[in-house]
Design a protein around this ligand. Structure first.
Ligand code: FE2
Length: 194
């Protein structure tokens, strides 16, 4: 039912393919990629990373921000696709972050592919959750999060997060996560790295 007069402040819908998580060709959808060259010192084997093609895309993101960055009480929606691969014996993964506003939470929901969601609190206590089509993950505030593709195909997940959450990459750049996911004998192994 439509009531009242004049124009509302409600944005129209965007469309995404739920089987792949990929968003349609809508001008409101922003797109960005992270390349191997942008992942300096993120991986255990920095030497192996530096010898790879720096232009190779490690992960790609699409996001829809219906309100400006930093808006209190709004929401953003997006997806990330982490491509399959390893650097040394470490699977391709996202840099990972805490939210700048530490108490802000987030949902992740896997569309396709397989991997692991690495979660770590401010005391560096970590856990991992398996990701696969349909797996839906609640990431509480004050928890750093990173996604690792442990499969042979791209891993795509959807995300919904507060528009005032922001990103704090610095804490992770300085100390990294306390666990890493490595390919050992062809299978993923979670290794503690305090
Ligand atoms: Fe986040």
């Amino acid at each position: 039912m439509i009531t009242g007069h004049g124009k509302t402040a409600v944005a129209g819908p965007i469309h995404l393919d739920l089987s792949t998580g990929v968003m349609g060709n809508d001008p409101r959808v922003e797109r960005t990629v992270k390349t191997v060259g942008q992942m300096k010192r993120v991986f255990l084997d920095e030497q192996a990373r530096s010898e790879m093609d720096p232009a190779q895309v490690m992960y790609a993101m699409e996001y829809w921000k219906p309100v400006p960055d930093g808006t209190e009480a709004g929401l953003f929606f997006g997806n990330s696709t982490v491509f399959p691969g390893v650097i040394g014996e470490e699977y391709f993964m996202t840099r990972g972050h805490f939210h700048a506003k530490r108490d802000r939470a987030e949902f992740y929901s896997t569309a396709s592919g397989t991997g692991m969601l690495v979660l770590m609190d401010e005391q560096r206590c970590a856990t991992v959750q398996e990701m696969g089509a349909g797996s839906t993950h609640y990431i509480p505030g004050r928890i750093a999060h990173r996604v690792v593709n442990t499969g042979a195909v791209p891993l795509t997940f959807l995300a919904c997060w507060p528009s005032d959450a922001g990103y704090d990459y610095a804490a992770i750049e300085e100390q990294g996560f306390s666990v890493r996911v490595l390919r050992r004998n062809g299978v993923p192994e979670v290794v503690v790295q305090l």
